[in-house]
Design a protein around this ligand. Structure first.
Ligand code: ADP
Ligand code: MG
Length: 258
């Protein structure tokens, strides 16, 4: 290795240009062999460094987002769920709603793809450079309640307000107590018109009174969530059941033998 290449490598390490560092020797050889112009040579190397840095940032944000699984819009079978308007999903996939601090709510029975779509939009968000965080409603409320008891609620609220996109999954499986509802309301108020959210629920909005146990707090929460929002109501069948029917584990609903 020439002393010049060694010096180049040292400088690349110093500048944290790791992709160029890795590619330097082969790129120098290739440039000499193909008589690349100075600008072509530099252009190719820098493009590879930028692509590598982007990829690393996406991987880092994906890791921090704590998605329960990785599912994409591309792997979602829209044909199976005709009640979903594909065009609306495509518009949401542009992530404009995040820039505008708006909310998206997926409603529908279990297994229709609410979490899948929430994660898929979360992955688009991460790819666009938005800091994203995924959490289920119950652990979210439990963590706020714990923080309240430990006099650290402010710190916890700040934590949940940092991501540009907060995904709160499965609201409504278990009723929320009065204190939990108040803490949840505080979080929603803080993020209102500032940070986008995606929420999923198996209960219609009219049933949210029961979830939060108090119609006043439920309507205050809904009021803020729905002010700038898109609601996607999924009315189809469960995909989980479809898979089981296909595997012959169960019969299709409504085809019971007499
Ligand atoms: P929900 O949150 O509505 O209960 P999920 O999003 O968890 O449902 O979906 C259940 C499973 O079925 C997941 O593995 C998801 O990827 C898959 N799934 C649901 N709907 C579809 C669909 N239309 N196309 C492909 N996979 C789907
Ligand atoms: Mg779900």
């Amino acid at each position: 290795m020439s002393t010049q290449v060694a010096r180049l490598q040292e400088n690349l390490r110093h500048l944290r240009l790791s992709k160029i560092y890795d590619l330097l020797e082969s790129s120098l050889e290739e440039a000499a062999k193909n008589s690349l112009s100075y600008s072509d040579f530099l252009d190719r190397l820098l493009a590879q460094e930028v692509a590598s840095k982007k990829e690393k940032n996406i991987a880092m944000r994906t890791c921090l987002a704590k998605f329960p699984f990785i599912k994409t819009l591309e792997s979602f079978g829209f044909d199976f769920q005709p009640s979903i308007d594909k065009k609306r999903l495509k518009e949401l996939a542009t992530c404009r709603f995040i820039g505008n601090g708006e909310n998206v709510i997926f409603l529908g029975p279990p297994g229709v793809g609410k979490t899948h779509l929430a994660v898929a939009l979360g992955i688009k968000a991460v790819t666009e450079g938005y800091r994203t965080y995924f959490i289920q409603a119950m652990p979210l409320i439990a963590s706020l309640t714990r923080a309240y008891a430990e006099n650290r609620v402010e710190e916890r609220l700040k934590f949940y307000c940092q991501p540009k996109l907060l995904i709160i999954d499965v609201i409504g499986y278990i009723p929320i107590d009065r204190q939990g509802a108040h803490l949840f309301f505080q979080l929603i108020s803080r993020r209102y018109e500032r940070g986008a959210m995606i929420l999923t629920s198996n209960r219609s909005f009219s049933q949210w009174n029961e979830i939060f146990g108090d119609p006043v707090i439920a309507s205050a929460i809904l009021d803020r969530i729905l002010h700038h929002s898109t609601t996607i109501n999924i009315r189809g069948n469960s995909y989980r059941l479809k898979e089981k029917v296909k595997a012959g584990l169960i019969r299709e609903p409504g085809t019971e033998q007499t």
